[in-house]
Write a protein that binds this ligand. Structure first.
Ligand SMILES: [Zn+2]
Length: 328
């Protein structure tokens, strides 16, 4: 009898152990699912891939519907996708009126009003914001050029972006975004294309500028990896063609490190000119080895899992130092 009781007790213990094990495993799986979703959301947000970000954030909101951080991200994602009406209704449904929520709601309403006043119904591939008061003529002109450039780049890289590209048409320097910029930067790409609308009066200037900045947008849309600055600026200049064939600038050859860091931090025009010149030459040397822009796209996409020099070796049989040597 005693044996029977012991056996019975051990069976209960084993059953309890199994249950604990199963629960622990389920908890672990649940934790891992959640972590994967968070990682997904962060990566998609970083890449400004709003469609994939929306999916991840909505899934996270199912687990935590009252998380204000997630709610704010969703409002921002709707806003970034030009879904201003939805953004306003979402913020209203939460009952928030101030802070970041209030800001998004106000900006959404303002953009709807501005589009309405301009009689502008939106663009195929761009999500447009206005700063200052650009004229409809300038806006339509800019968009016509952008759409043509967009098609050319789709064909060149054999790539169609998943999301609309963000464009800010601004009226004066105070609207260039966060922080002051050096004088030599006319238009910038900082996740959004920022183009001074005054530039539209100078066709010979804005065409290369638009091709240049749009190439940066494509680079960002094509890969989520960090692209060395010389690669990014080099390809943008090859595409805009405005400086092709210009003579070597005077002065010391930039270091590999200087060519990898973001250039806009560089306050001196002379140094900047040199960085741009060497970048273009180095990318031209790559394209001389293989002229396919699709191959180039595959190269930058491979940077996600490879060190720059390893990827350069694999796709072009060369390393950064050697390229720099060839053009110095
Ligand atoms: Zn650039």
């Amino acid at each position: 009898m005693r044996n029977l009781i012991v056996t019975f007790l051990s069976m209960i213990l084993v059953a309890f152990g199994v249950k604990l094990f199963v629960t622990k495993n389920a908890e672990k799986a649940e934790f891992e699912r959640h972590e994967a979703l968070v990682a997904d959301a962060v990566e998609c947000l970083d890449a400004a891939d709003w469609k994939c970000a929306e999916q991840a954030v909505r899934a996270l909101l199912c687990d935590a519907p009252h998380d204000t951080n997630l709610q704010l991200h969703l409002a921002g994602i709707l806003y970034e996708q030009e879904r201003y009406g939805e953004c306003i209704r979402f913020v209203d449904s939460l009952g928030y009126a101030d802070g970041d929520f209030g800001f998004l709601k106000k900006k959404s309403a303002q953009l709807l009003r501005e589009m309405d006043e301009l009689g502008f119904e939106g663009s195929m591939h761009f999500r447009v914001e206005f700063e200052g008061r650009p004229s409809k003529r300038d806006v339509m002109e800019a968009l016509a050029v952008l759409e043509v450039a967009y098609d050319s780049l789709c064909n060149l890289f054999d790539f169609r972006p998943n999301n609309k590209m963000s464009l800010v048409l601004y009226k004066s320097s105070e609207y260039q975004g966060v922080g002051p910029r050096p004088e030599w930067v006319a238009a910038v790409f900082d996740g959004k294309l920022r183009i001074p609308v005054e530039m539209m009066q100078y066709r010979e200037i804005y065409r290369p500028v638009i091709f240049h900045e749009l190439t940066h947008s494509f680079v960002r849309a094509m890969t989520r990896s960090k692209v060395p600055l010389w690669v990014n600026e080099g390809i943008a200049q090859v595409v805009d063609a405005s400086r092709t064939g210009s003579p070597r600038p005077e002065g010391v050859v930039p270091s590999k490190e200087a060519l990898t860091e973001p250039f806009v931090k560089e306050p001196s025009t002379d140094v900047a000119v040199r960085l741009y010149w060497y970048s273009q030459k180095m990318v031209e040397r790559l394209l001389a080895r293989d002229g396919s822009f699709v191959h180039f796209r595959e190269f930058i996409q491979s940077l996600r899992n490879m060190e720059a020099d390893d990827a350069l070796m694999k796709f072009y049989g060369v390393k950064t130092d050697q390229l720099l040597d060839e053009v110095r």
